[in-house]
Design a protein around this ligand. Structure first.
Ligand SMILES: Cc1cc2nc3c(=O)[nH]c(=O)nc-3n(C[C@H](O)[C@H](O)[C@H](O)COP(=O)(O)OP(=O)(O)OC[C@H]3O[C@@H](n4cnc5c(N)ncnc54)[C@H](O)[C@@H]3O)c2cc1C
Length: 516
């Protein structure tokens, strides 16, 4: 907590800064740390009409917090089990995930409800005792891992009248045992991704699960949200993840394609042949240029190593710099396996007009939403969603924006697409509300175009509107039945998914007892 920003994402020592009127990034945690970013100011001006030479608005640390409604006697009872805090900042920092709405509430001091206490169990027995205590005293528990949720799943239900306890799993961060023969490990739920991976590596193993948030997200959070990591092609998503032995070689690479359509056709063929390397991502042209804005040298796009390469791609291959797109690759295995895979991928790329592009591009951005979609609908879905976003901007007189997408995971039947969206909100009375309306419109369009409501971030509160449509009323009621059986007192009343509305034939008791 001491290392992190209280008002948003990331470490306190990591931020963009102007030094001698040049954009730089502070700290030494990341590759761009301490480096000059010569393209960033121009990019921000062109895309968002933003003047980054103006100092950013950093909110002042709040001095007052909503009072805790946890009765003193119950606090004492919890304290007899594990560490407890009712300090305002501890509670505020565990009241939100990372959606725009939540971060905006945090920065503006408008968080509608925060937990009444935070409790830090160290083991399973203590968790059981806390749940028992909550059951006896009618408390609500919200498990809190890394707080990186992007579905609103950890925000406190506004109208909850019972005291809410955030069960912070960060003290449950040990590897309990590792069976090197069976390649199995038992690990406590609160371990943070980067710590788990580091610890496994010291033992000669890897977890292989690396969601982009793995600096902060936890094992328990991954399981609860069915997370998907960038190396899923080798190690699987969290639900089918197995421990593997240490790899001999890791190599990054990239391929450049004349346009998005060619890139998607390439990805589809690679999936059909089941030749995906550990990670394979397709970046559209906007994303490629955004990556360029975060490059530290005066290179062209970073992935295209030098002037000669640029010349080859634009003059000889005649790729249009305004349309080309890039596939980034991460290959793991023995030296021979990696070389073999690279050559197979290069051959397939050539069939779709692609050429090798050299070292990997940066992976930065901010997500609007993502979806999984069958292959045959992929191109239309991307086109429709981008068009819908542009229309929504036009209807609101938003003239500076970035709309971009990235294809991140591939399967036999389809793929996962992330959409990225940012805009200059100047002149809008309620930018967060407008963003949410635009996001909703984009999601409607995604579903109408054959996409799903979620690939790996869960449903939470953000996507609950579409849940019944996706799983049917019968599916929803099955989930309600499971929830009420497992949690009859509705202690885990996070109010996620569509479980608070009664289905046909459900009585009032069903309403009260069906929140998840
Ligand atoms: C910049 C960024 C990049 C991201 N990249 C990815 C990505 O590549 N892949 C991906 O899948 N997701 C990604 N996410 C989303 C998020 O990181 C995942 O959903 C992650 O699994 C959440 O883990 P967490 O520990 O932060 O959980 P939290 O945000 O703390 O909690 C999420 C949900 O899990 C529940 N929960 C947490 N711990 C437990 C537990 N021990 N027992 C029961 N329930 C629990 C919470 O109550 C809540 O409902 C990203 C998010 C951000 C902000």
């Amino acid at each position: 907590q001491d290392l992190l920003k209280w008002y948003g994402w990331g470490y306190q020592d990591s931020k963009f800064q102007l030094v001698n009127e040049k954009a730089t990034f502070t700290g030494d945690r990341y590759l761009i740390g301490g480096k000059h970013l010569p393209h960033l100011l121009d990019f921000a001006k062109e895309k968002f009409d933003l003047d980054l030479t103006q100092p950013p608005k950093i909110p002042a640390l709040p001095t007052t917090f909503p009072p805790s409604i946890l009765p003193e006697s119950q606090r004492k009872e919890l304290e007899s089990i594990a560490d407890v805090s009712t300090e305002g900042l501890d509670r505020l920092m565990r009241s939100h995930g990372q959606t725009l709405h939540e971060v905006s509430n945090l920065r503006n001091g408008t968080m509608p409800r925060i937990p009444d206490a935070v409790v830090w169990p160290e083991n399973h027995d203590q968790v059981e005792q806390i749940v028992r205590c909550a059951s006896t005293h009618k408390l609500v528990i919200i498990p809190f891992g890394g707080g990186t949720s992007v579905s609103g799943s950890i925000s406190c239900p506004e109208r909850e009248t019972r005291a809410i306890v955030a069960l912070d799993t960060s003290a449950m961060n040990s590897i309990l045992w590792l069976d090197k023969e069976q390649l199995l490990a038992r690990v406590q739920a609160g371990i943070v991704g980067q710590d788990l991976e580091r610890e496994m590596r010291t033992r000669g193993f890897t977890v292989g699960h690396e969601p982009d948030s793995y600096e902060f997200s936890t094992l328990g959070g991954w399981v609860a949200t069915r997370a998907s990591g960038m190396k899923k092609n080798t190690y699987g998503n969290i639900e089918d993840l197995v421990v593997q032995t240490k790899v001999a070689v890791v190599r990054y690479g990239s391929l450049v394609f004349p346009d998005w359509e060619a890139g998607v056709r390439f990805e589809r063929e690679v999936a059909r042949e089941r030749l995906q390397p550990s990670s394979i991502r397709l970046l559209d042209n906007e994303q490629f240029r955004f990556g360029h804005a975060l490059k530290t040298e005066q290179s062209w796009g970073g992935v295209l190593l030098d002037g000669l390469k640029r010349l080859y791609i634009t003059k000889i291959k005649r790729f249009d710099p305004e349309r080309l797109c890039v596939v980034t690759l991460l290959m793991e295995g023995s030296v021979e396996q990696v070389a073999d895979r690279e050559s197979q991928l290069n051959k397939i790329a050539a069939c779709f007009g692609g050429v090798p592009g050299g070292a990997t591009n940066g992976e930065v951005g901010y997500t609007l939403t993502f979806t999984s979609v069958p292959w045959e609908r992929t191109l239309a879905l991307c086109r429709n969603t981008k068009r819908r976003l542009r229309d929504e901007c036009r209807a609101r007189n938003i003239s500076h924006y970035l709309i971009s997408c990235r294809l991140t995971q591939t399967y036999d039947a389809g793929c996962c697409i992330y959409f990225y969206f940012g805009f200059n909100s100047q002149g809008l009375a309620d930018p967060v509300r407008e963003y949410e309306l635009i996001e909703e419109a984009a999601r409607d369009e995604i579903i109408a175009s054959g996409g799903s409501i979620s690939h790996h971030h869960g449903v939470g509160k953000l996507r609950k509107k579409w849940y019944t449509q996706a799983v049917s009323e019968l599916g929803r009621r099955l989930l309600v039945a499971a929830k009420t059986t497992l949690d009859p007192d509705n202690i885990f009343a996070l109010n996620n998914m569509v479980l608070e509305q009664p289905g046909p034939g459900e009585g009032a008791a069903g309403v009260a007892r069906s929140k998840l």
